[in-house]
Write a protein that binds this ligand. Structure first.
Ligand code: ZN
Length: 227
């Protein structure tokens, strides 16, 4: 606890005074344009990774960066996504997995969570990744197996994300883009799922284009036709 209190004191003395105006404006409301869903892992710090300011990123974190599919399970993350899309009207949702993820290791070695019924039940939402890797690469084990599970889990959670009605509607109208990323802790690298190519590709800052996991907006109001 001492560590937290000292840290807050440092923030209040060293950081806050220089940004007093920012915090004064933010006190009246938030208007982030991006939602970032990632793992609860203490090594993944979105605000540090993206050099973002308070109010810029709507972050939700849970074990395994999981989004349960619609109607199966009412969860905090699903409620947060609905809020982000309907009220904050975010333009982007990123689901970001990471290297050395304990949740992905639990998919690889289910015995790791056998004494944790709640964790084991939660990980069922990631079972699609385990199944896809098992069926397509039964010999993939160790670090390579873990990498594949981590990527497949992001792809699987993107599929779940699309089942949420608010997300499906915003995708159809073009209000929203969704992205699937994996963060490498040791090398400070990001890879993004490129839906067109069906694989993860490195994000190179400066290149401009970031691959999307989104189908393009496809809903357009019928134009009035001459009867
Ligand atoms: Zn993790």
């Amino acid at each position: 606890m001492k560590r937290l209190i000292e840290g807050f004191e440092q923030f209040r003395n060293d950081v806050f005074p220089a940004q007093r105006e920012v915090f004064r404006k933010l006190a009246g409301g938030q208007n982030p344009s991006m939602m970032f869903i990632t793992c609860a892992d203490s090594r993944v710090m979105p605000e540090m990774m993206f050099s973002t300011q308070p109010g810029e990123l709507f972050v939700y974190r849970n074990i395994g960066n999981i989004v349960p599919p619609y109607a199966q399970h009412v969860s905090g993350v699903v409620a947060a996504i609905e809020y982000a899309v309907k009220v904050l009207k975010v333009s982007h949702i990123v689901i970001c997995g990471h290297s050395d993820c304990g949740a992905m290791k639990a998919l690889q070695y289910p015995e790791l969570v056998q004494d944790m019924p709640s964790v084991a039940a939660w990980m069922k939402h990631a079972d699609v990744a385990r199944y896809v890797v098992e069926q397509n690469g039964p010999d993939l084990q160790g670090p390579e197996g873990l990498r594949c599970l981590t990527e497949e889990n992001v792809v699987g959670q993107l599929e779940h994300l699309r089942t949420l009605p608010a997300v499906a509607a915003a995708l159809a109208s073009g209000q929203l883009s969704i992205h699937g990323w994996v963060y490498d802790i040791a090398h400070a690298e990001l890879k993004a799922f490129d839906a067109q190519r069906g694989c993860f590709v490195a994000i190179e800052p400066g290149e401009g284009r970031v691959p999307e996991a989104t189908p393009h907006a496809r809903f357009s109001m019928p134009t009035a036709s001459a009867a």
